[in-house]
Design a protein around this ligand. Structure first.
Ligand SMILES: [Zn+2]
Length: 421
């Protein structure tokens, strides 16, 4: 990182050398045991822009490592010490950063990609972002994120959300995609046979799709049927459609794909007219069911998709877990339910965790707790579980007994049969 360019650099070295600013900007520490990271001067915070501590050096020496801030007994941040050293904003950021258990080493990760692995694509975006930041523009990252956030924020059944995510990532098994993977030898559209069946063709451009989009009830009736890719179309949706319309659109996009499948696999084609009223009715029903479940005080995932209870194999358990984040109080609520193969509750857990400000972190806590409980359950024969409520340091655990406020949800889950298709 500190190397000089030299007087007669080779082309390769020159390229590597000029990329080092980007690398420097993008590398961040992920805190493990904290013994390699300097508190001051290293990038290890999750706060954007600098990722480094801005609070002045105080209490500890300037070259002290992050490990000094960790209570190794509990595997948590030493809250009192942290509060003493850092300004309030930074204290909150640090305390909200999850620590990854005992024995984990500190790791340098590539910040711009979520998995922490370097990719040319993320470096490219970082470079654009840096340019933007230098010019005082709003960050490109934010704009990009917004498109995905809007996708995940849709109040539509989980199966629909997943569908649209697959579309955006070009993951539908269209003829073109299967052809690319050498599964089939023909990539023409099975409906019109006029063009290659890409995702955009199948969902947007094909005359069969247009049967639906050209309908009088469609909010995209007069729109151009050619788009570069799905994300450019998605941006137009975001700009021009209301939230309700956007939700209808994604349900309809999935309908177009299901109609296409009906034709390909069963040689039948549903009338497009019915799609609109069916979509509106289904969305209405979904929204009402959401309202009802929100009234139950139980925490819920956004994709409260109703699926049939599938019988498990003997000896297996089903775990549902969820987290609710109260941003104002930086508090997260965690709910876990473990059920046996008959769908009967074995263990129900409610827990709270403070200093959490990110949904992903809240969910990770819930997941970690869920895994912890599964291993606890594994160590006890199901039938011998004591039928009583345990109270353990702030968390409440019910065994083979479901607290009243969940009974409703549980019943729904077991009774409702899968809608759609
Ligand atoms: Zn076609």
């Amino acid at each position: 990182m500190e190397a000089k360019l030299g007087s007669q650099p080779s082309l390769v070295w020159r390229s590597i050398w000029s990329a080092r600013t980007i690398l420097k900007e993008g590398l961040r520490w992920r805190v493990g045991d904290g013994n390699e990271i300097k508190i001051w001067g290293s990038k290890w915070l999750t706060s954007p822009t600098s990722y480094a501590v801005q609070s002045p050096v105080k209490v500890l020496q300037e070259d002290t490592k992050v490990e000094e801030l960790i209570d190794t007994q509990k595997g948590e941040w030493d809250e009192a010490k942290t509060r003493e050293i850092f300004v309030t904003e930074e204290t909150e950021i640090i305390l909200s950063m999850p620590l990854s258990g005992r024995g984990t080493k500190d790791r340098l990760v590539w910040g711009p990609s979520h998995k922490g692995l370097f990719s040319v694509r993320s470096a490219y975006f970082l470079q654009l972002e840096l340019r933007g930041r230098n010019q005082g523009e709003s960050s490109l990252e934010e704009k990009r994120d917004d498109r995905w956030n809007r996708m995940w924020d849709l109040k539509v059944p989980g199966v629909t959300k997943l569908f649209i995510w697959r579309v955006a990532n070009n993951l539908l098994p269209t003829k073109e995609n299967l052809y690319k993977r050498k599964v089939i030898e023909e990539k023409m559209c099975p409906l019109c046979d006029a063009e290659e069946e890409t995702i955009m063709h199948a969902l947007w451009e094909c005359p069969a799709a247009n049967n639906l989009w050209g309908n009088n009830e469609s909010c995209v009736k007069k729109w151009a049927r050619f788009e570069l890719n799905f994300m450019t179309l998605w941006e137009k949706f975001m700009d021009r459609l209301t939230k309700d319309q956007l939700e209808e659109m994604v349900v309809l996009l999935r309908k177009v794909w299901l109609r296409r499948n009906d034709w390909v696999f069963e040689k039948r084609m549903a009338c497009p007219k019915n799609s609109f009223s069916a979509t509106k009715a289904a969305l209405h029903e979904f929204r009402v069911s959401q309202l009802v479940s929100n009234q139950n005080k139980m925490v819920h995932k956004t994709d409260t998709e109703r699926v049939k209870w599938e019988k498990l194999e003997r000896g297996f358990v089903k775990v549902n877990w969820d987290a609710y984040l109260d941003l104002k109080r930086k508090k997260t609520g965690i709910g876990i339910m473990i059920r046996d193969e008959q769908g009967e509750a074995m263990v129900t857990v409610c827990d709270q965790k403070l200093n959490v400000v990110e949904a992903a972190v809240a969910e990770s806590y819930a997941l970690r707790k869920a895994v912890e409980f599964v291993s606890r359950v594994k160590n006890m024969a199901a039938h011998s579980l004591a039928k009583k409520a345990l109270v353990m340091e702030g968390e409440q655990v019910w065994i083979e007994e479901v607290p009243g406020f969940i009974v409703g949800c549980l019943k729904n889950d077991k009774d409702v049969t899968q809608e759609d298709e």
